[in-house]
Design a binder for this molecule. Sequence first.
Ligand SMILES: [Zn+2]
Length: 100
Amino acid sequence: VNDADVPAASKALCQSCNAPIIWTVTAAGKPMPVDRAPGGHGDTAANLKLTVVGGVVRSRVLAAHLAFGNTSLHLSHFVRCPQSKVWRKPSQYKRRSTPR
Ligand SMILES: [Zn+2]
């Protein structure tokens, strides 16, 4: 997603580590903080494709074979946030085995 396309209301700073994040909505309708800087992992299920629909940033998990080498993907902030174990709720982050 282009940074310019992200609604200002969706941009924030992580309250734990102060990193720039984007608040997104997952396929399950749950809020999910994502690192604002693009860059995925080749080896994790946390590669997210972001799309802006009606002013809401939606995040979708891509399968590893689709995500590999794709530099426009974003990574869930849960992966890198040093405080994620403190504030992350397991129910907000479920791995999806089948991509949409
Ligand atoms: Zn953080």
